[in-house]
Design a protein around this ligand. Sequence first.
Ligand SMILES: [Zn+2]
Length: 605
Amino acid sequence: MVITQSSTSIFLPPEYTVGVVCALPKELFALRALFDYRYQDPQVALDPYDTNSYVFGRIGHHDIVAACLPQGEYGTNSAADVASNMNRTFPALRFCLLVGIGGGVPSKDHDIRLGDVVVSQPTERESGVIQYDLGKTMEDGTFKTIGSLIRPPRVLMKAISNLASDPELPPDSLRSYLEQIAARNPSYRHPGQWQDILYESSPLQGNPCNGRDHCDCPQTQREDRSLDHPRIFYGIIASGNQVVKSSKMRDRLGEKHKILCLEMEAAGVMNTFPFLVIRGICDYADSHKNNTWQEYAAATAAAYAKLLLSYVRPLRSAERSAPGLLNGSAQGTLDSGQPSYVSVPASTTERPMKESLNSTIVTEFKPSTTPESRLAERRTLARRRQVWNPWPNDALRIFRSLERWMSVPGSSLLVLEASPPARARAEDLAFEVVDFLLSTTPYTVIYSLSSLSCRSESTYDLLDSVIFQSLRINTTQPPLECQSIHGEKDSEVKTWGRFQAAVSQLHHGFLIIEGRDARCTERILTILSETINHPEALIKSMVIAYTTYLSFKDIPPQRTYETVKIPPQPPQGRRKMGLTTGRATKWKHLKPRFASVEPTESHSN
Ligand SMILES: [Zn+2]
């Protein structure tokens, strides 16, 4: 049987960290058209009192949950209700985006056209959104807004700085997204600049025009743009519960609060959660407003949201860790005592070990047999096994899991789950994987299996082996702090910290590690989940876990990964069933692939 290369890139259960609220279905349509992947099975338990209806998808590296206001409802209260429901069901959201359409407030300083995008930009004192209809009239007749809205999170503001200052960004950076949406529904196309008419502000006296077609109201003369592509404006957005259809009111608010956009939901959602407001401009909030530009404006807002998300780095626990553990104390050399038992595949990234590394890391453990010799034994075994199929019933399932883990860039963590009777089979598989990777790929392979690379079955020897191997490859590892668990010795705490540092520094490599006992396995999984379990991961890890011991209680529920269950050995008689002529072919299908874009420091950090 041929295992075909999978084209989708989603196999890990999603971890929803970004929320999107839209007011109108046509806004949500545009966003959904930009999903790179839509989750049919969102794999979440909804709060029973949450009345929202959600859609789930993935954009770039972010798993997204999106909801729309109930049909026919609008305004700050309805928006607040949707946002608070979302917040309750998805407490792990990092931030939310309010994506949709709004009225533009063009001025001498801001040549806002229909289809342009206005993004709320907080100032030192303001959240970037003001609720203009909530406030008090002062004695001198001026209106003062009250209440403060929650500011957007810093991670988003940094991403915006990065996006706005990116010299590589082409002037039509949203075009491919806009085309993607229009391909789903042609009404989301640019209506043409000739349909973008800005009328002079209504005269203060006299009847304002009711905005019917073919009126004779004077039009503001503006030069056509050379490019039918939205421009992005950052500034204050005014939010209120009434539809503004008056150029007088628009200009008054614009002058007073320096606003760029008028809309009706932001003030509601921003009382509940950190939101960034993204508005495609669909009209000029005057009596001439009509629906012609609504779809296109919804598309430009959604397109900007997708562009922005590409600048937001997904969560990585490495960013949260503080350096300091190995500082200063690292002394000694590794030259004379350099052990020969560590298997590090030849690699261009290999460099001599830094002299300053702490020699105690490695001199403490000296396995009796070298991994190379053990691996040679295993290869012999594996060759012998080619005449019979050790996985008569499970080969396809297991290979599919292996293929996803190896070939899908975002699939970074695979757990071989084995009950104690299946332990030997899980080890066998791990050996075969190590052997395969070492013999057919140029990548770094670090493996720590108690019967292969370690003389003892101590958790810390297993970790030390990983640390040492990674130090051989990467000599510039910054140390990481690791939290002490009750009763843990200082040296053990340090070992965990170094292990995490080692893992977070690896790139384009594989880590195959065995969890010895429950606590060890859970901690390894937690560290790996936090450190490498994201779509940009440049390291893939396989953990062998013995299920009897696992409670998974310490692993954050949303940090999930693919698990493949290794069943115990089939009865002796059935083992010889079916020659696996296709076995070698299947292995050939395993092609390691990592995320193509290496995350850079400049991304929102
Ligand atoms: Zn008119």
